[in-house]
Design a protein around this ligand. Structure first.
Ligand code: AMP
Length: 261
């Protein structure tokens, strides 16, 4: 079985992980960490809950600690873009746990919170900035931060970012990050638009995948009702919809799964 030590992590990070109860790397961590440590651009097909924050966060942190380069005031070493406030908070909180007892600083910018406080946080520079695209652009426009020293760009939940209409923001931001950088893109699905995005922003990326495309998200509960005939289908459908008045529903007709004699 692969251990965190096998992945080339330093003693310091190994002890941080042990203190947090991380014993065994998840499949995305086992695959992605050595590739990112080796300097590859990466496409990770993985959902939230698979451990992908550590998969991109740990090797970035290792490389920053090894280089010892700290950002200038109002600059950053790495940018992590995510589609929602909740996700940004969750990623930043995980990264803060990973950089405990190191000099590295994690910054967080999201809409709906005080822009002045965020601006002040950036004034001394942060090593890893986790942001939603819109608020980041506001802060760049105010000259609270520039991205000219960023050596890593992570696009997390890229499919959701496209669904939420962030494509123009992503284009603007990617032009502000130096070309000579390492880019990591994570997405639960790989529609054509994401493949195009990847070919635009990543160079010779390696793809790692931990769930087959099309697998239902963990939050989706799946079950099967066996029915006697078409009329029972309607009955069961009505019952299911009545019993779940708060849920949203989509009904489609699937071909019969049981072969007829
Ligand atoms: P993520 O997919 O990065 O949001 O991670 C989901 C959750 O799993 C987070 O709460 C992590 O702290 C936790 N986690 C990630 N990797 C591991 C691991 N190797 N062992 C135990 N917990 C983990």
């Amino acid at each position: 079985m692969t251990t965190f030590k096998d992945l080339g992590l330093s003693e310091h990070i190994l002890s941080t992980l042990a203190a947090q109860g991380f014993e065994v790397p998840t499949p995305i961590q086992a695959q992605a960490i050595p590739l990112v440590m080796a300097g590859n651009d990466l496409i990770g097909l993985a959902q939230t809950g698979t451990g992908k924050t550590a998969a991109f966060g740990l090797p970035m942190i290792e490389k920053m600690l090894a280089s010892g380069k700290r950002p200038d005031p109002r600059n950053i070493n790495a940018l992590v873009l995510a589609p929602t406030r909740e996700l940004v908070n969750q990623i930043a909180s995980n990264l803060k746990d990973f950089v405990k007892k190191t000099p590295l600083k994690i910054g967080l910018v999201v809409g709906g919170a005080s822009i002045n406080k965020q601006s002040e946080q950036l004034s001394r520079g942060v090593d890893i900035l986790v942001a939603t695209p819109g608020r980041l652009l506001d802060l760049i426009a105010r000259k609270a931060v520039t991205l000219t020293q960023a050596r890593f760009l992570v696009l997390d939940e890229a499919d959701q970012m496209l669904d939420l209409g962030f494509i123009h923001d992503l284009r603007k931001i990617s032009k502000m990050v130096p070309k000579n950088r390492q880019t990591l893109l994570f997405s639960a699905t790989m529609p054509k638009a994401i493949a195009e995005l990847a070919s635009e922003y990543l160079s010779n990326p390696v793809t790692v995948q931990v769930t087959p495309p099309g697998k239902a998200a963990d939050k989706v509960e799946q079950y099967v009702h066996f029915v006697q005939g078409a009329s029972q289908k309607t009955e069961i459908l009505k019952k299911t919809l009545t019993e779940n008045p708060d849920g949203r529903a989509m009904v489609s007709r699937a071909p019969s799964m049981v072969p007829k004699n």
